[in-house]
Structures are given as structure tokens and as C-alpha cells.
Design a protein. Structure first.
Lengths: 1003, 117
């Protein structure tokens, strides 16, 4: 293990009593609790952390926060591995194993670097232009391109880690715990308001964790942070969340926060939760998200060792880590001077400060001068050298207007560069909330403009400069937000602040080149996606003038960092190229998540059995006891078939289908949707939602009904029974139960509120056993000796109440098989008792339980439709040949007028017909297309498709139904079903395959 | 995710609701007297407004009541919530209702005439 050579003595907030061991690319290192992976690597002198996406250039740490484009790390091993994790946000823990990405065979020697050597051949749009031809080769090209590019590796198996979700409501949600956010939390919290304060880093304070040159009320800034956090912790209504990225801002102040919880001492605990997704509904939101520093864009500005000036200061003051042994600073504003003073104070050697401004002055500049640090005013870095680590930089003087370089070149030796190109307000969440941005010419920043939600932006993200101003804005916003959410209280007084004063910056987006031909190269704008300033120029020349086009053509801002450090500069450079300004270019849309999020966090615990509830009938155990196989029908698990030992599915289904027609079969029909309808206007209501007539249905009688949508298309079907005057029992399809209830309620409430009728779902209240077959009447009378079940007393389509096996039951004489059939409904808890009694008494008739598969074959033999199988929302009753159920005399019903539309009465609509194969044993696959004239290969004119297809043991042949264009006219004709390897010849028939006369219905 | 104030239950997440499309579409009373074109206007033509719109929602996982909402489709701001079978009472809602093309559609004119009869 190497020593932490770059860790400075007694500096920073890491806990030196807690050394942590971690492994990076197979080598062990040491860091401390409180480190990020990035700071721990730097403490060990490791700047080289990755290879760039396209050119495989060696890259180092650029930042110390969420904006990091370079340091993307593969964390962990096996299925819990997490690719593309920003080392700057990865909280160090003991035993952590990480590795670098996008390099082979290793980080210091990467064969992919060949792309850099030929980078002139790989400009923006290279792939679009090159791999055009032949089109059929694209799959081959893509394979190799995808292999060459890319970042980390996704795990192969299921994520073994545990994730939680938490729902919360609050008065004020404050995002960011810098000076503005902390003081807002303090002001709001003091009123007793319910406050949530989130901080993406592992420690509260934002810039105050590293700006050690300020005092607040005489305290060092970070002491003030500690005191404030302690005060907030003692407030019972305040929730403090660190290591929590507020990553989405949605409608009506709904925000998602992703909290990393695996940084605590939970390792090894069986209750370990890796991340927790908070879903927060906030009455008011305070955005205090601060600013992100801009890189400067000069040649070879991407070498390891080059980082942002404030990041350098953060590593130094927060983590006690020195960036190197000879630091060069390059800036267009005063921030780098602040870094220089911190470095000097800790005896880190400084090569010089290169300042784009011709006459930098002010207190910070004076202080640096008095320390004897060399300043090159009006100078720029024109190039750098060093492969795996920066070695030196060349500087030249800028012309007065900043567009040219003049004078002689000077080389400065250094092993790290801190650069500052100004600041971008972090307006991502504001923009996600729907807010519009404006370009501030003076600050050269995009700032919040139009607010569309109950929020306020304060501090850096609103363009506010200086600690004192941020504290003031925070206190004001906190108190106002508390008052706006009905809390009472006043803002605390503004503390006394001592802070350095900044002077103006000089914005030069693109550092010019010293080359005589003016050509720029390797001026990196987007570090993660290897987009250079010349790529932007090329895109503009080729006509990609809109920012949205620029983005897609160059892949600018499309990396996992979404261009946090690069977008604004790219817009400005595009603007300069096109001779206009950034506000006229506009900006791309900011979308959630703010930083990449683990899918597992969104799934949470809703996995496996908890993904979706599974509904089983009360007779479920009975089916299991009979060895049933189950299938999903909507949310239900229904018995599919009941195989005997050594029986195939087809054999079992054949046996069940035969038994149901030969003696007696029994089906668990409990899943059928059941709606109890009551009220004096119930019959009138049914008359309006069903296509047939309902007003004259006598109590005790049942009727089949078809429901249409207002467009005339079949929506659901079922039998509804008139139990008593003003009381109906409606059945729906298993899958349609909920939507039909909603449909009825909708029509009642919104169209016919004058009708007195009430709907209650009773699907779960009744257990249903359906028995059918020639012996089912005998079986039922064995169990219900008091009932007269004769055709005269209990005709088809009627209901009786009575005792079955000692249970009060409703018995419906209805049939979905065409056989004599009874559907016995008992209160749910008696379901198993009824089932067992029927099975027991049925033994002498060889009763056979049948599942959903046999049910489908039985109904298909009779040509009965299944809504959702024969219909798909484009099928009318006429298409199904069910003209008989559509009333011609009723004044109105839902869908009536639509059935007269010219398109509906056309003759060549797809109509339901039967298909019989030439080879009687051949079963057509469901969904197959039907054609009139088959050809040897597609395309063929398709005139229909097969909706149902089975082998029917009762017909001793295969049967099928299909929707075929003009099918009714085609009965008797021969059509074809082309499959991959053969074509099946079929004859068109009607849809009745068995018992065409319907004599079996009465037993 | 929208935060919708059900007129009966108060504020709830939109996961509890189902959307019901445009509000105040009068169902033609004697649709047979409409031409196919006129009926299609009722059946298929929906206002797709950028800005304020009147729409229907139902509190499916709550009281199961239908109600109407005046919402801005650009900002998702909800300006007014009121029961089904009532007209909006806010000024913006009244104006939107009055100026909607549907008030002049054949289907609606027919129904209005017949209800008046």
C-alpha cells in the first residue's frame, strides 16, 4: 500500500483516526473517512483516473462535485457493480473495490489511444458519414463501433442490493446546503415549519467547506456551518439529508431525491439499504443549488493534472490534499487568486498565475502580488505537454481584443493547472420545473427568468455573488417561504461577514491559437464526449445551426454528465461562429435526473412477488391439490389445465374437453367480473349501455349483452340477470371487470345523473363453480334435492336461489360451452366447500375439472367469442356476425349512431369466419396472417388474421376463427395461411363447429 | 406528477386518478339526424389546446367521482376544480367554455335545440 504522499498535515475535515483501505485497478490505497474516492486518489498522487470516450485520451479529475465529466469509475464487482460512477461523489468506504473504464489492456497503456493519433480523421459526424454504405453492413459496423466506444459495464445479473422508497410532504424543501441554503433552512426551521434540506455531498456547507478565508460572526466559515447544522438538527420538524442528490423536479412541486445510504457503518448488515429514493411533495421549494465553475478552452486543456480552480481549493481545504508539487493557475477572474492564497498558505509551490485580464487588480490580486507570486496579466496558455500527467504549459500574450496571440512564447514547468473560466449558475432543477431562463450579458450567465411553480431561486443559482449576499438571500427566502406556508416567524438577523471581494472577469470563450493558419485542435469543450471547439465549428459550417442539432451531431452534452461543465461554452462558441450571441442560440432542455440514477432505486422493493399483486380465487388450494398448472389472466392466476401423471398439455386438454361434453366438467369461474346493480332505473340504464333490449326482461331471467364504445366497437360482453325488480347481477369478462365498472359509473355520473341506479363490485364476494355436460343436472340435484331443475321449471337463461350442499347459493342456468350448464355462486368463504362437494358427489359421473385452456376450446367449438381475442377495439357486432344482438328499435344505446357510419357498414370490413385446414390434424398458430394468393416470399396482400385456433377432440379435427376482409362473402372459398416454412390451405366456414342445432343446451 | 384537489376528498397524487379527456362534450340527443361528418365531430374531434383547457378526471382510487378541471397544459397549473354537470365559475374557465369551437358544432347545436324543446 502506498502512503498518502499528498495529504497535508492538520488540514481539512477528514477523520484521520479512521483510515480506510480501498483498491483501485488492482492496487491498494489508503484514505480517510470523510474522503471521496477522488480526494483519496489525489492524496495518493493519482490524477490519471480514466480514458476519454472517443479518443481514449488519458484523463484526470476535473472537478470535486456532481459535474465531473472525466473520473467515471466502475464501482464494486459482480452483480452489484455500478458503472460510470463519479469518483467525486463516491463516498469512500473501507474495502471499496473500483476500477477505471474504457481502456484496454490498462489505464497507462491503452490500445484505443490509436483513435487519438488519427483524431483528424474522426471529426464530428464521422460515423454518420462513413458507415453509410452498404446499408446491410450497418449491423457489423455497429458491433465494432459500440465495442470501441462506451464507458463502464452494466452488471449481467439481477441487482442483489436493496433499495427503499420514502414518501414525504413538507412546507419548504431546500436544495443545497451552501450559505444560501443553510441560512434559508435556519430561517424557515425556526418558525416550526416542516423543512427538508438536501445536500448532494457527504457534508453540509457547500462552498463554505473549502472557502476558509471567510468569517461569519467572527467564526471561521466552517465553524458557522457546524453550528448551524447542529441548530437545525435540534429542530424536530427539520429533516437534514446529506449525500442526497435532488435529481428530479416534476409537476406541482413533486421532487425526487436519491439518498446514498451505503456510506454508513452498515456494511455486512442484512438490513443494508444501498439507496433510498425520496418522493417529496413540497408546498414551496427553495433552490440554492449554487454554481459550477467553467473550464477554459485552450489547446490540450484535458491532460491529467488540469482541474478547476475551486475544485483544487476544495481538495486542499476540505480534504487536506495537495494537487501537486508545482501548480500553475490560469484564470479570467479572481477565483484562482483565492486558490493561490490557499496553496501558498499550505506551502504548495506555485509556478505562476496566467490571467486573461490585462490589468487585474483588487485586494485578492494585491495579496497574491505581496506573496511574491508571478502574475502574467493579459496572457493565455496556448498549449500543454505531458502524456499521463501535465508537465508544462506554453503561454503567450493576448492582443488587446483577445482574438490573437502576440509576442514570444514562454514555457512554464508545472505538474498541475488550476483553471477558472467563470461560473455557470446551476439552473438544472429550475429548468426542469418548467422555468424559463434568460441570458445575462453582464454576468455572461443563464439565470432564472419565468417561474411556473411555487419556488424561489436564491444564491449562486440566481446569480447572486458573495457570501454576505447569499446569506442575506437565504434568510429572506427561508422566512418568506415559511410564512407563505402558514408558519409564523421572523428572519434571524444577518450575521457579520468578512470575505474577499471579487472584481470583474474577462470572458474569452475560446482561447485563440498561435498557429499561423488559425486552425484550432484539441480545444476540448465537452470532456466526456470528446467534443472540441473545432467540432462545433465544423457542425456550424455543415449547417447544424440550431443548438438541438449541434448537440445531436457532435454528441455535445450527451454524456452521463449532460454537459454540466460544457454546454454554455459550446453555445457561446457556436454563437461566435455564427456571428450571433448565446441568447439567440438558446439552450437545450435540462431533463431529470440531474445525475445518473440506479434503476434499482426506482424499482425499490417492488420486485418479484411484490411487483404486482397476484389474485387467486378462494378455490386455489383445491386446484393445487388436483395438480393444476396455472396461467396469468390479467392479475389473476387461473387453473390452466389439470395434467395426470405423464400427460402432455395437449393430452390433458383433450381429455378435459371430451369429459365436459361426455359426462360432467367443472370449472372455477370465480374470476368473472361481477357487478351488483340496484335502483328503480337499473333496467333503463342497462338498456342504454347494452345493444339489445332490457326493459322487458322478467325477474328471474338472464340475458346475454354486448357493450360497445361510443364508436360502435365491441368493448365487453357478459350475462346479466334480473334477480328481483330493480336488482341486477351483471357479469363481465375477467379482464374487463374494473374497466366496465368505471365505464358504467362514468355514463351514470356524467351523462345520465338523473337515473337512480347504484353499482357495486362483487367480483370477490362470490365464489363460482360452473358445471356442464349431460350429467350435470343429475349431479346438481344430488346436492340440491329441494330444487326442481327441469327445463320447464328452470329453463335456460334463468336464475334460482336455493341450497346446494347446504350452502345458500345463486344458481344461474347459463352456458359458455353450449352444454347444459349451471353456474353455482356461493358466498366467497364457501367456495372450497362447494368445490369439494361437487368433486365428491361427481365421482360417480367421472367429474372432470377443466381449466381455462379447455374452456377456450369448448367455447370455440361453439363459435363463442372472447372479447380481447376475437375483438381488438376495431371490431363491431356486425363484424362478428352478431347482428341479432343489436336492437333496431331502441331509440338510443351507447354506440348506436356510430354503427351507421359509412365506414362501419362497408362490406369489405374484416369479418369473423371459421377456418378449416385441409390437413385435419394441423393447428394454425394464432395470430397468423391470411392471404388469398400466396407467393413464394413476402410481401403478400394480407386480408385477415387468425384470432383463435385449437385442436377440437369433439370435432376430431382442428378448428380456427379468423377476422377476414369481406369474410361473410368468402364462405366456402379456399384461402391460405403462409408460415415461415410452409403454407396452410384453409376453407372458410361459419363459426359453428359443433352442435350447430344447439340441442345439447337442454341436456 | 400532478397534485389534484378532488372536490370531495381534497388533494391527492394523480396516481389516484384517471384522466377522462375533454370536458363538456354534449352527447347528441338524436344523433340519427346528424350527418356522418357532424357526428364524427362529436365522436373524434378533440380540442388539443396549448394553454387553458377544460378536462374530466375521475378519482378512481378514492371516491370514484367524476369532476372537471381547468388546467393550463403548458405549466400544468390547475386553476379550477368543479363537479361534473356544472359549468366553470372562474373567469378564465367561463371564457374558455364560451369560446370553445364545440359550442358552435352541429352535434351540440342540435342537442341544445332539442333540450330547449
Amino acid at each position: 500500500m502506498t502512503m498518502q504522499r499528498f495529504r497535508l498535515k492538520d488540514l481539512g475535515q477528514v477523520d484521520r483516526s479512521k483510515p480506510l483501505r480501498f483498491k483501485f485497478d488492482g492496487k491498494f490505497y489508503e484514505g480517510y473517512r470523510g474522503d471521496t474516492l477522488a480526494s483519496a486518489l489525489l492524496a495518493n498522487g493519482v490524477h490519471l483516473v480514466g480514458r476519454s470516450f472517443k479518443y481514449h485520451r488519458p484523463r484526470g479529475l476535473l472537478s470535486a462535485g456532481a459535474e465531473e465529466p472525466n473520473a467515471l469509475i466502475q464501482v464494486g464487482e459482480g452483480n452489484s457493480t455500478d458503472p460510470n460512477t463519479r469518483a467525486t461523489q463516491m463516498i469512500l468506504r473501507d474495502g471499496l473495490t473500483v476500477k477505471s473504464q474504457n481502456r484496454w489492456p490498462n489505464l497507462t497503456f491503452d490500445l484505443g489511444y490509436v483513435n487519438n493519433l488519427i483524431h483528424r480523421l474522426l471529426p464530428a459526424g464521422f460515423y454518420y458519414k462513413t458507415f453509410m454504405w452498404p446499408a446491410s453492413w450497418w449491423m457489423r459496423y455497429e458491433y465494432w463501433i459500440r465495442r470501441a466506444a462506451g464507458l463502464g459495464e452494466a452488471p449481467k445479473g439481477a441487482d442483489p442490493d436493496r433499495y427503499e422508497k420514502n414518501h414525504a410532504h413538507c412546507d419548504v424543501l431546500i436544495v443545497g446546503s451552501g450559505p444560501a441554503g443553510l441560512s434559508a433552512a435556519l430561517a424557515a426551521g425556526q418558525t416550526g415549519a416542516r423543512v427538508i434540506l438536501t445536500e448532494e455531498q457527504d457534508s453540509f456547507g457547500g462552498s463554505l467547506t473549502y472557502n476558509t478565508d471567510c468569517t461569519i460572526d467572527g467564526l471561521p466559515a466552517f465553524e458557522w456551518v457546524k453550528r448551524t447544522v447542529a441548530a437545525l438538527s435540534s429542530m424536530p420538524e427539520v429533516i437534514l439529508l446529506k449525500a442526497t442528490v435532488t435529481n428530479g423536479y416534476y409537476d406541482h412541486n413533486y421532487l425526487t431525491l436519491l439518498e446514498s445510504t451505503d456510506n454508513d457503518n452498515q456494511t455486512g448488515s442484512e438490513y443494508k439499504t444501498r439507496q433510498r429514493l425520496w418522493k417529496v411533495r413540497a408546498k414551496r421549494v427553495v433552490l440554492a443549488t449554487g454554481q459550477i465553475e467553467r473550464p477554459l478552452i485552450f489547446r490540450d486543456n484535458d491532460r491529467p493534472g488540469i482541474m478547476l480552480s475551486a475544485a483544487m481549493r476544495a481538495y486542499l481545504n476540505r480534504y487536506g490534499v495537495s494537487p501537486g508539487n508545482r501548480v500553475l493557475l490560469f484564470t479570467n477572474n479572481d477565483d484562482a487568486y483565492r486558490t493561490a492564497i490557499s496553496l501558498k498558505k499550505n506551502n504548495v509551490p506555485i509556478a505562476a498565475i496566467v490571467d486573461l485580464r490585462s490589468n487585474p487588480d483588487g485586494e485578492l490580486v494585491d495579496q497574491v502580488r505581496s506573496e511574491g507570486i508571478t502574475i502574467y496579466p493579459g496572457h493565455a496558455i496556448v498549449s500543454t505537454a505531458g502524456y499521463l500527467r501535465i508537465k508544462s504549459a506554453k503561454i503567450m500574450q493576448l492582443s488587446e481584443d483577445g482574438t490573437k496571440l502576440i509576442g514570444s512564447m514562454k514555457e512554464i514547468r508545472c505538474d498541475s493547472i488550476g483553471m477558472s473560466g467563470g461560473w455557470n449558475p446551476t439552473v438544472h432543477l429550475f429548468s426542469q420545473s418548467g422555468g424559463k431562463l434568460r441570458w445575462d450579458e453582464e454576468l455572461a450567465q443563464f439565470l432564472p427568468k419565468t417561474v411556473t411553480q411555487n419556488l424561489v431561486s436564491i444564491g449562486g443559482c440566481d446569480g447572486t455573488q458573495g457570501l454576505s449576499n447569499c446569506l442575506k438571500a437565504g434568510l429572506k427566502a427561508g422566512a418568506e417561504s415559511a410564512r407563505a406556508t402558514n408558519n409564523k416567524g421572523r428572519a434571524p438577523r444577518l450575521p457579520k461577514v468578512i470575505e474577499p471581494k471579487y472584481n470583474d472577469q474577462r470572458t474569452i470563450w475560446l482561447i485563440p491559437t498561435e498557429r499561423a493558419n488559425g486552425k484550432i485542435s484539441n480545444h476540448f469543450v465537452d470532456f466526456q464526449n470528446d467534443v472540441t471547439a473545432s467540432d462545433i465549428g465544423l457542425a456550424a459550417r455543415e449547417g447544424y445551426r440550431s443548438v438541438e442539432h449541434l448537440k445531436r451531431y457532435t454528441t455535445m452534452g450527451m454524456g452521463t454528465d449532460q454537459g454540466k461543465t460544457s454546454n454554455v461554452a459550446a453555445l457561446a462558441i457556436l454563437g461566435e461562429t455564427l456571428g450571433t450571441t448565446a441568447p439567440n442560440i438558446g439552450h437545450t432542455t435540462f431533463r431529470p435526473p440531474y445525475t445518473p440514477a440506479t434503476i434499482g432505486a426506482y424499482a425499490g422493493r417492488n420486485l418479484g412477488l411484490l411487483f404486482d399483486p397476484v389474485r387467486t380465487t378462494v378455490m386455489n388450494e383445491c386446484h393445487k391439490g388436483l395438480g393444476a398448472k396455472f396461467e396469468h389472466v390479467g392479475q389473476w392466476m387461473r387453473a390452466w389445465y389439470y395434467p395426470k401423471p405423464n400427460e402432455t398439455m395437449q393430452q390433458a386438454v383433450n381429455r378435459e374437453v371430451k369429459a365436459a361434453r361426455d359426462s360432467v366438467g367443472i370449472l372455477d369461474a370465480s374470476t368473472l367480473g361481477k357487478i351488483d346493480i340496484k335502483g328503480p332505473d337499473a333496467a333503463e340504464f342497462l338498456n342504454r349501455v347494452y345493444t339489445n333490449a332490457w326493459l322487458k326482461l322478467a325477474p328471474g331471467r338472464a340475458r346475454y349483452g354486448l357493450m360497445l364504445k361510443e364508436d360502435g366497437m365491441v368493448m365487453d360482453d357478459g350475462v346479466t340477470t334480473h334477480l328481483q325488480p330493480g336488482h341486477f347481477h351483471m357479469t363481465t369478462t375477467t379482464g374487463g371487470a374494473a374497466s366496465v365498472l368505471e365505464w358504467l359509473e362514468e355514463w351514470h355520473q356524467t351523462e345520465w345523473p338523473d337515473l337512480k341506479v347504484y353499482f357495486t363490485s362483487v367480483t370477490e364476494q362470490w365464489a363460482v363453480a360452473s358445471i356442464c355436460g349431460p350429467n350435470c343436472r343429475k349431479l346438481l340435484s344430488d346436492l340440491a334435492p329441494d330444487l326442481d331443475l327441469s327445463n320447464e321449471e328452470f329453463p335456460f337463461m334463468s336464475v334460482k336461489e336455493g341450497n346446494v350442499a347446504g350452502i345458500t347459493a345463486r344458481i344461474f342456468r347459463i352456458s359458455f360451452t353450449g352444454e347444459l350448464s349451471f353456474e353455482i355462486n356461493v358466498p366467497r368463504r364457501y367456495g372450497p366447500k362447494l368445490w369439494d362437494a361437487l368433486m365428491q358427489k361427481g365421482k360417480k359421473y367421472d367429474i372432470c375439472p377443466y381449466g381455462t385452456e379447455a374452456m377456450h376450446v369448448l367455447r370455440a367449438e361453439k363459435g363463442f367469442i372472447v372479447v380481447g381475442q376475437e375483438t381488438d377495439g376495431t371490431v363491431t357486432p356486425y363484424d362478428l356476425g352478431m347482428d341479432w344482438i343489436v336492437s333496431k328499435t331502441k331509440h338510443d344505446f351507447v354506440g348506436k349512431r356510430a354503427l351507421k357510419r359509412s365506414d362501419i357498414i362497408k362490406n369489405d370490413r374484416k369479418q369473423l369466419v371459421g377456418l378449416l385446414t385441409e390437413n385435419e390434424t394441423e393447428v394454425i398458430p394464432e395470430g397468423s396472417q391470411v392471404v388469398e394468393t400466396p407467393t413464394s416470399a413476402p410481401p403478400m396482400v394480407m386480408i385477415g388474421h387468425v384470432t383463435s385456433s385449437y385442436y377440437s377432440p369433439n370435432c376430431n379435427r382442428s378448428i380456427a376463427m379468423a377476422l377476414v376482409k369481406g369474410g361473410k362473402e368468402k364462405i366456402g372459398q379456399t384461402l391460405h395461411v403462409p408460415l415461415r416454412n410452409k403454407t396452410i390451405k384453409v376453407t372458410v366456414t361459419d363459426t359453428q363447429f359443433f352442435d350447430k342445432e344447439g340441442v345439447r343446451l337442454d341436456g | 406528477m400532478l397534485y389534484i384537489k378532488c372536490p370531495w376528498c381534497g388533494y391527492r397524487d394523480d396516481a389516484e386518478f384517471h384522466y377522462g379527456g375533454e370536458a363538456h362534450i354534449k352527447r347528441p340527443f338524436d344523433a340519427d339526424s346528424l350527418s356522418d361528418e357532424e357526428f364524427s365531430e362529436y365522436l373524434f374531434q378533440k380540442s388539443n389546446t396549448k394553454g387553458l383547457t377544460l378536462e374530466r378526471w375521475v378519482h378512481t382510487s378514492g371516491c370514484r367521482r367524476w369532476f372537471n378541471v381547468l388546467r393550463n397544459t403548458v405549466t400544468n397549473e390547475i386553476i379550477e376544480v368543479y363537479p361534473s354537470n356544472q359549468l366553470p365559475s372562474s373567469q378564465a374557465g367561463k371564457e374558455y367554455y364560451k369560446n370553445n369551437w364545440r359550442r358552435k358544432s352541429a352535434a351540440e347545436s342540435l342537442t341544445t335545440r332539442q333540450v330547449e324543446k
